[in-house]
Ligand binder design. Structure first.
Ligand SMILES: NC(=O)c1ccc[n+]([C@@H]2O[C@H](COP(=O)([O-])OP(=O)(O)OC[C@H]3O[C@@H](n4cnc5c(N)ncnc54)[C@H](OP(=O)(O)O)[C@@H]3O)[C@@H](O)[C@H]2O)c1
Length: 309
């Protein structure tokens, strides 16, 4: 097996001076690691998340790790579109230009719940909140004349598809595994259509699977959930691959953040977009339901309608 690079190794030799990167969910895990790597490369990093104490702590950690870091923080709760709109305004007050928007925040396997607007919690947090944030930041992204939107998805997108007739689980019994799969499918559909619509503005979009990373994402998982997930992995239902022994191979966040940071900075992606990335490379083994261009276009329209209500 080839050694995975760390996020810091990915930015080695890359100069991001004068660039502005916004990272959602920067208060922990992959978001915090990405903030460290992008700041180390000289970017001005705006850390966004909902818990202001955790955000301040993460910002302090980035400065301790990278003494020359330039950062600021913005409060963002993706379960409220009012909060998303306030965050977009706050970002606008800090900068007229955004070079990288990393839609990283997410929740997984949450018990059934609804956001302020009534979206199911997983798709509401992981997709609809980010959809609205991205839409509001298009002027700043376009001003960069070469911006990237990096959207965290997951190999777990194979566990479920978006039900266009019932995206928010109003007419079905809730299944937290399928709902996470649907939310992560929504992320890939978003990246696919965002790239098609926004590339003429110089904005390219990418979906990322970071691998299986030891972070707090599993906070809602019980022992039974872990066994159930191992079972799904063993049968191939939680991966795109062949059935396996169900072993979950975790990497640490400093390595797990490598692909999303690579998506943000790699010169190899200069003329590409709308692709799914894994292990710092384009990976075309995406479930067909997640990368169909017509479905991506239809889902964009649906997301616009639902976020405008
Ligand atoms: N770890 C993995 O193995 C893995 C695998 C595939 C994909 N991913 C994806 O990677 C991304 C990052 O996850 P992670 O592993 O770094 O997990 P994590 O450590 O739990 O970080 C998630 C971040 O999202 C934030 N967040 C959650 N709900 C939010 C909301 N309503 N508004 C604003 N921020 C919110 C969290 O803040 P709080 O602490 O306040 O909740 C936290 O900062 C997620 O999109 C996840 O789906 C991870």
């Amino acid at each position: 097996m080839t050694e995975r690079p760390s996020a810091l190794q990915v930015v080695n030799g890359i100069d991001l001076s004068g660039k502005v990167c916004v990272i959602t969910g920067a208060s922990s895990g992959l978001g915090r690691e990405s903030a460290r790597a992008l700041a180390a490369a000289g970017a001005y990093v705006i850390l966004a998340a909902r818990n202001t104490d955790a955000l301040a702590e993460a910002e302090g950690w980035v400065h301790a790790e990278v003494p020359h870091a330039q950062t600021s923080t913005v409060h963002l709760d993706l379960t409220s579109l009012d909060s998303v709109r306030a965050a977009a305004m706050a970002i606008h007050e800090v900068t007229p230009v955004v070079h990288v928007l990393m839609n990283n925040a997410g929740v997984m396997f949450t018990p059934f719940g609804r956001t302020h607007e009534g979206f199911e919690m997983q798709i509401g947090t992981n997709h609809f909140g980010h959809f609205e944030l991205t839409r509001l930041l298009v002027p700043q992204l376009a001003a960069a004349e070469g911006a990237r939107v990096v959207i965290l998805s997951s190999g777990g997108h194979v566990m479920g598809d978006v039900d266009f007739d019932d995206p928010n689980w109003e007419h079905r019994e809730y299944d937290k595994f399928v709902a996470y799969g649907a939310a992560k499918t929504a992320n890939i559909l978003h990246a696919t259509e965002a790239d098609r619509r926004l590339r003429s503005l110089g904005i390219r979009s990418y979906a990322v699977h970071p691998g299986t990373v030891a972070t707090s994402l599993a906070r809602y998982m019980s022992r039974t959930d872990f066994s159930q997930l191992r079972q799904l992995v063993a049968t191939g239902s939680a991966t795109r691959g062949e059935p396996t022994d169900g072993h979950l191979d975790f990497v640490m966040p400093e390595h797990g953040a490598a692909t999303q940071v690579w998506a943000a900075v790699s010169p190899e992606l200069a003329d590409r977009g709308g692709v799914y990335l894994e292990d710092c490379a384009v990976n075309d083994a995406v479930a067909p339901h997640a990368c169909d261009e017509q479905r991506a276009a239809d889902f964009w329209t649906l997301s616009e309608q639902l976020c405008a209500q």
